[in-house]
Design a protein around this ligand. Structure first.
Ligand SMILES: CC(=O)[C@@H](O)[C@H](O)COP(=O)(O)O
Ligand SMILES: NCC(=O)COP(=O)(O)O
Length: 240
């Protein structure tokens, strides 16, 4: 069974909506680990829309499992990673206008740059994962770059609107997973996975880790509402 990396970006999204101090993703990481998370994932976006530099620095000191830093392949981000030393880095594509990550990296089209960044990070003992679509050419280019891992982008699978499309996307992921393993890569997957669609991806032979965020934080918000309201009633009565 794959391990679970919990993406806590979405906690920071709530905090940044008010530029407030709560909810703190560092506290969320502690709770996620206590509940059995095998790793903590954060995406330090160039526009800092959710996770902040301060979060990554504190998480480096507090995370007891492993810290996966998702980031764009830019000089600024590479310098931050070299300074903070996460347990591994996942290079992801970024587009300022997007609501969330829209596709995988074009490793084929940026072969030299990707290879240089992979070597720079891995020479500093930071293993690199490349977030890509399950495309044979991207998998081959990822293996050639020397990256230790890939993360298969599961967005198209998650967004499939009928069973036939979902099965087709799952087959693509299965073939990609198999091909990557044969090329010597370790295989993670993530994006858009939910409580309802995760199981077939988790069952793919050789899958190492699933990075999941939005559905977990969405559920956490709902299952926590009753308790939070009860606690506020106590607070109003001066009982806490
Ligand atoms: C690369 C990836 O799939 C995650 O980073 C996910 O996109 C969560 O971050 P955003 O919500 O900022 O897209
Ligand atoms: N890399 C995928 C990730 O970290 C979580 O994506 P999501 O579950 O928030 O869509």
């Amino acid at each position: 069974m794959p391990t679970l990396g919990v993406n806590i970006d979405h906690i920071a999204t709530i905090r940044q909506a008010r530029r407030a101090v709560e909810p703190d993703p560092v506290a969320a990481a502690v709770l996620a680990e206590l509940a059995g998370a095998d790793g903590i994932t954060v995406h330090l976006r160039e526009d800092r829309r959710h996770i902040q530099d301060r979060d990554v620095r504190l998480l480096r000191q507090t995370v007891r499992t492993h810290l996966n830093l998702e980031m764009a392949a830019t000089d600024e981000m590479v310098a931050i990673a070299l300074d903070i030393q996460p347990d591994y880095v996942t290079l992801v594509p970024e587009n300022r206008a997007e609501i969330t990550t829209e596709g995988g990296l074009d490793v084929v089209g940026q072969r030299d740059r990707m290879t240089a960044i992979v070597h720079q990070l891995q020479d500093a003992n930071i293993p690199v994962s490349l977030f890509i679509d399950a495309d044979p050419a991207q998998i081959a280019a990822s293996a050639a770059s020397g990256a230790r891992f890939i993360e298969l982008h599961t967005g198209q699978y998650a967004e499939a609107t009928c069973e036939a499309d979902r099965q087709n996307e799952l087959n693509i992921l299965a073939e990609g997973c198999d091909r990557a393993l044969q090329a010597g890569l370790q295989v993670n997957a993530g994006h858009g996975l939910t409580y309802w669609n995760v199981s077939p991806v988790a069952d793919l032979p050789g899958m190492e880790e699933l990075n999941i965020g939005h559905t977990i934080i969405s559920r956490a918000v709902l299952v926590g509402v009753e308790r939070a309201v009860r606690e506020m009633k106590h607070a109003i009565r001066g009982e806490r």
